[in-house]
Ligand binder design. Structure first.
Ligand code: TMP
Length: 201
């Protein structure tokens, strides 16, 4: 692949601290002179906007398979319009969620994991995927209110179980997020610096 950029993804259950830690890393990397593009899924495109609205409304869920297909549609658009152009320009792209969220969240609803992988075959493999790992009973305490229809302990337990399986297969790198912010951030920075230094060779 000729792209010069670096694609980094953050995953974790709701309340795992992704937003805060990504903000910190963006600042640190930009201070070091890196060109960093911040992005997220659901994306800001039309399908992503639909998904965000859908999650906010508590009108019942679509079949989990349908959700998986719509998230995949958003992902395709997100890759083509945001991620791949930025990687071609040589940027570091940091995405708050990606394909692994579909495995974990729709998989936790009972959707076949192989089928989710199949429908996301177009989704390029990131250079690094970090799981900010925390138990739902602790992460939910951090959220001031129930923001989406997904934030329930039992469900998030299943979501986390799938994330942990992905750590065990080596697809995700786990960072213990149930620690003081500074400790988590130091570990994340070290991880990213290691990756970037290795790429610069
Ligand atoms: P967030 O913006 O707070 O991260 O919330 C996004 C929600 O969308 C979160 O509950 C996880 C969910 N989600 C899926 O269920 N499947 C997916 O493929 C993605 C990207 C997100």
């Amino acid at each position: 692949m000729a792209d010069r950029g670096v694609f980094i993804v953050f995953e974790g259950i709701d309340g795992s601290g992704k937003d805060t830690h990504i903000k910190f890393l963006l600042r640190e990397l930009r201070e070091r002179g890196y060109n960093v593009v911040e992005t997220a899924e659901p994306s800001k495109n039309r399908v992503g906007t639909f998904l965000k609205r859908y999650q906010r409304r508590d009108e019942g869920r679509l079949p989990a398979e349908t959700e998986a297909l719509i998230f995949a549609g958003d992902r395709f658009d997100h890759l083509k319009t945001v991620v791949e152009p930025a990687l071609k320009r040589g940027a570091i792209v940091i995405s708050n969620r990606y394909f692994y969220s579909s495995l974990a969240y729709q998989g936790a609803m009972g959707v076949d994991l192989d089928w989710i992988r199949e429908m996301n075959r177009f989704a390029r493999k990131p250079d690094l995927v970090v799981l900010l790992d925390i138990l739902p009973e602790f992460s939910l305490q951090r959220l001031k209110r129930q923001r989406t229809i997904y934030e329930r302990t039992e469900y998030l337990r299943k979501v986390r179980d799938i994330y942990v399986q992905l750590v065990n297969t080596g697809e995700l790198v786990s960072v213990d997020a149930d620690r003081p912010k500074k400790a988590v951030q130091a570990e994340l920075l070290e991880l990213l610096e290691g990756l970037l230094e290795a790429r610069e060779g």
